[in-house]
Design a protein around this ligand. Structure first.
Ligand code: CCH
Length: 290
């Protein structure tokens, strides 16, 4: 399977910045969502889940075809709750219906990271809507009830090494788990709408206890009311991961740099970009004094 980016020469960075701004303004406006966490975290999750189906063995899945829009994919139990992010983007798509779904889902995630004061993420257009037959089967997204070996194997399917796997998991500084979506409960930390290295700091500094939650699922809980999934906690149980966790906890700039490159790679997995294809860095609303 080959997925070649289709570069629309009639569109410039200004066209995409306009969409970015619309998404960013809507994140600001609809701030009451999910107990005032807002839509940022779930937009990041939509970008990640629409990309995280990638399989390097046959280049299938991934963000290119925008197949999250099909029922088979958006009813995957791993995607419970993500409809809220898709519905958030509906009016944006209506206004800018020339953009592909894959470009929209990934642009939404890039916007959400940047507007949460995270790193700038380079982004390239060119994903093309594929037909329903390109939708990957359910079950490609990660299962949280697992340890380090599973995590390492999972990320290898996405062509991610240990540093990339740890950096990507740091996105759990954003948002929270919801019992009704995933069967897990609680946030990873306090600043659940700011992009920081808090996930790594909390992993190392909180007192974690493995407990059964109200749905009967195991998760690590701390006295402050924070939580960690077993796959999160695996990052301090494995000595190679632990070293990287310590680095990111002590050096937020290092985390930001690695997250930016890993997240771009995640969102572009499986796509061939022609030589000279444009690559954009969007301004935040703050950068534009908006
Ligand atoms: Fe995640 N994540 N994630 N995650 N995730 C959940 C929520 C978020 C796993 C499981 C879960 C990444 C990796 C993993 C976000 C970003 C990323 C939830 C709760 C589970 C469960 C969903 C709910 O209940 O609503 C597992 C397992 C892995 C890997 O092993 C990666 C990679 C990223 C992005 C780079 C974000 C953001 C959320 C918060 C969503 C929200 O609604 O607040």
């Amino acid at each position: 399977i080959v997925h070649i980016a289709a570069v629309n020469k009639e569109r410039t960075i200004d066209d995409y910045q306009r969409i970015y701004n619309k998404i960013a303004e809507k994140i600001r406006e609809d701030d009451e969502y999910d107990g005032y966490i807002g839509y940022g975290p779930i937009l990041v999750r939509l970008g990640w889940h629409s990309s995280g189906t990638y399989n390097k063995e046959n280049n299938s899945g991934g963000s290119y075809g925008g197949t999250y829009r099909f029922k088979l994919e958006n009813t995957d139990p791993s995607n419970n709750g993500l409809q809220n992010a898709a519905h958030f983007l509906d009016p944006i798509y209506k206004e800018f219906n020339w953009i592909s779904h894959g470009d929209l889902y990934t642009l939404g995630a890039v916007c959400a990271v940047q507007e949460a004061q995270g790193p700038k993420i380079k982004w390239r257009p060119g994903r093309v809507d594929l037909p329903e037959s390109a939708t990957p089967e359910n079950g490609r997204l990660p299962d949280a009830v697992n340890g380090a070996d599973y995590v390492r194997n999972f990320y290898a399917r996405l062509k991610m090494n240990d540093r990339e796997a740890v950096a990507l998991t740091g996105a759990h500084c954003l948002g929270r788990t919801h019992l009704k979506n995933s069967g897990f409960d609680g946030p990873w930390g306090a600043a659940s709408s700011s992009f920081t290295n808090e996930f790594f700091v909390n992993l190392l500094n909180e007192q974690w206890k493995l407990e059964k939650n109200a749905a009967g699922n195991k998760q690590y809980d701390s006295p402050k009311g924070y939580m960690m999934l077993e796959t999160d906690y695996a990052l301090v149980q494995d000595p190679i991961y632990l070293k990287i966790v310590k680095e990111y906890a002590n050096n937020e700039a290092s985390f930001f740099k690695d997250f930016a490159s890993s997240f771009q790679k995640l969102l572009e997995n499986g796509i061939d970009y022609p030589k000279g294809a444009p690559e954009y860095v969007f301004k935040t609303l703050d950068d534009q004094d908006m």
